[in-house]
Design a protein around this ligand. Structure first.
Ligand code: GLC
Ligand code: CA
Length: 572
């Protein structure tokens, strides 16, 4: 695939390469009117909070009108704000409040599917003129789906519509029918809505499930042995690059905006194709290879073998994306989001070493090559919660999968999967933001839509901001460091000690400067010996331990100790 003429992508300086992104899940961020649901005015009330943390961009999860089967990822009207979240005027006020603080706003673009309540689907199921082919419709007896594809949320990817008396495809929930991107009218509709938001002055899009848009000709059966049956026919389907390039050229390319595509089921090499000219020219992709290290053999919801991961494998995977994505193009750095467990619970220790491990993870995210994405509450070291029954679970993916396991007799009761759900559920990230030690963590004056994590009296923003040693202050300090040190943004990444089981260490070098990052990613102390590394005159820039000495080499690092040094005594 050919790239843009002129400079290579890696040499171009852009604001989004220098930015730190903060992701907001609006339902759980802050409730301004006591109805228990976070809302847009609730975010506007907290723009100073975001500003003091130092972030440059907010990625706002969907706030569009939606029946909320999948918390807004099922859109009923792309040009309206969900009532519960406020009005378009509230949204405009948020945009200006952010822009007034030099914080940009990136919106979520969910165009693989709509809600089944979207006007297009309602017209399509009634075969209204011009809308017949907006979705994937197939004939067939009501008890026999047109092919064997499975939904990502469990069960068949097809549902029978009694109105049209045909089957329709939904890769996610049955209330999220897939748009038929082969239809040029559908592509035009998407371009129009993209332009509509760009004209409002937003600064980019995070593109939901974007590598799923193009489906194989004839929608053939998938290999029944695959983890997700059918996925080989729509992960990077035949026209995907063409569709995205067209969208880019006709809309996005005319604005100074950033794009990041969410890409499940992709290799790092396949992900890189989307960054190239001709491939879609996305600025960044979220690929998940580093987030499968703790899955069992049957994928994310394997009943066995989950929860264990080793640092050397993790380093290998991250290093590949540092080389293959950030090497020629750019990387999106993230460990958590609204679909994933809390990062300190998954990759750190949310018990005895919560502060230490949360700050180590922060150091990792903010010192690699790429654009860091922070998820709300991770700056406080928020942790997973626990679920005692399926009734306490809200996430349609978790409930769908558990129901499928029960239906298939893979398990007899919820009890058998409680541990797995407690580990994996997307709900962990969706408990309300913990603002203070007040009732409901200060998230709402009413009844929160989803239970607050019980640890809020200890873990909350008010307490964290008052404590210089807190996770919050560490994030703030690292964000500042990233803004000050060009090397952390543009420098080369070189892994040290690839086979070490405890240390994740690397250098970042740019022009004549080298920075060293040392992370003791374990619950045990360890001695850092790195033959050949010249540390004379090393200067400590940031550490999560007040006793970290200046010279990193040949000394004990405490559990989860994390430090950043300048190696050659400053820029020459
Ligand atoms: C993406 C979103 C997720 C949603 C799904 C369907 O994976 O991040 O929250 O459920 O797409 O839109
Ligand atoms: Ca509210």
């Amino acid at each position: 695939m050919s790239r843009a003429l002129g400079t290579t992508a890696r040499e171009e300086r852009t604001w989004w390469k220098e930015a730190v992104v903060y992701q907001i899940y609006p339902r759980s961020f802050n409730d301004s009117n006591g109805d228990g649901v976070g809302d847009i005015p609730g975010i506007t009330e907290n723009v100073d909070y975001l500003d003091s943390l130092g972030v440059d961009v907010v990625w706002l999860c969907p706030v569009y009108d939606s029946p909320n089967v999948d918390n807004g990822y099922d859109i009923r009207d792309y040009r309206a704000i969900l009532d519960e979240f406020g009005t378009m005027a509230d949204w405009e006020e948020l945009l200006s409040a952010l822009h007034a603080r030099d914080i940009r706003l990136v919106m979520d673009l969910v165009v693989n599917h709509t809600s089944d309540e979207h006007e297009w689907f309602q017209k399509s199921r009634r075969r209204k003129d011009g809308y017949e082919e907006y979705y994937y419709w197939r004939d067939g007896a009501p008890d026999e789906p047109p092919n064997n594809w499975e939904s990502i949320f469990g069960g068949s990817a097809w549902s029978y519509d009694e109105v049209r008396e045909q089957w329709y495809l939904h890769l996610f929930d049955e209330h999220q029918p897939d748009l038929n991107w082969r239809n040029p009218d559908v592509r035009d509709e998407v371009k129009e809505l993209v332009m509509w938001w760009l004209e409002k002055g937003i600064d980019g899009f995070r593109m939901d499930a974007i590598n799923f848009l193009s489906k194989a000709d004839g929608l053939p059966d998938g290999d029944p042995e695959r983890q997700l049956v059918g996925s080989e026919h729509y992960h990077h389907g035949p026209h995907i690059h063409e569709y995205l390039q067209e969208l880019h050229d006709e809309t996005l390319a005319r604005y100074d905006v950033m794009t990041v595509g969410e890409m499940g089921g992709t290799s790092i090499e396949e992900a890189a194709d989307y960054l190239a000219d001709g491939g879609g020219r996305l600025d960044m992709v979220f690929q998940f290879n580093h987030l499968t290290v703790d899955w069992g053999a049957d994928g994310q919801w394997s009943l066995d073998g989950w929860g264990e991961w080793d640092l050397t494998t993790f380093k290998k995977v991250v290093t590949r994306s540092q080389n293959d994505l950030a090497g020629e193009f750019w990387d999106a750095l993230f460990l958590g989001n609204h679909d994933l467990p809390r990062i300190v619970s998954r990759f750190g220790d949310d018990g005895a070493f919560r502060r230490e491990s949360a700050t180590l993870i922060a150091t990792f995210l903010l010192t690699l090559r790429g654009t860091p994405y922070l998820y709300q509450g991770d700056e406080l070291g928020m942790t997973n919660t626990a679920f005692d029954s399926l009734d306490e679970v809200d996430d349609p993916m978790t409930t769908g999968i558990v129901e499928e396991l029960l239906a298939e007799d893979a398990v007899d009761s919820f009890d058998e999967v409680t541990d797995l759900v407690d580990y994996m559920s997307r709900d962990h990230a969706r408990t309300p933001m913990q603002w203070s030690g007040d009732e409901n963590a200060g998230f709402t004056d009413g009844e929160p839509w989803f239970a607050v994590n019980e640890n809020y009296p200890d873990i909350n923003a008010e307490t964290a901001m008052a404590d210089e040693e807190s996770v919050w202050h560490h994030y703030r300090e690292l964000i500042q460091l990233r803004h000050d040190e060009e090397t952390l943004v543009y420098g080369e990444y070189d892994l040290l000690l690839p086979d070490d089981e405890q240390f994740y260490a690397y250098t970042r070098s740019h022009v004549r400067e080298t920075l060293l990052v040392v992370l003791n990613w374990s619950t045990e102390s360890a001695r850092f010996d790195c033959p050949g590394l010249d540390t004379d005159g090393a200067e400590l820039l940031v550490s999560n331990d007040p006793d970290t000495p200046a010279n990193p080499v040949e000394r004990e690092f405490r559990p989860y100790e994390a430090a950043v040094y300048r190696l050659d005594g400053g820029e020459s």
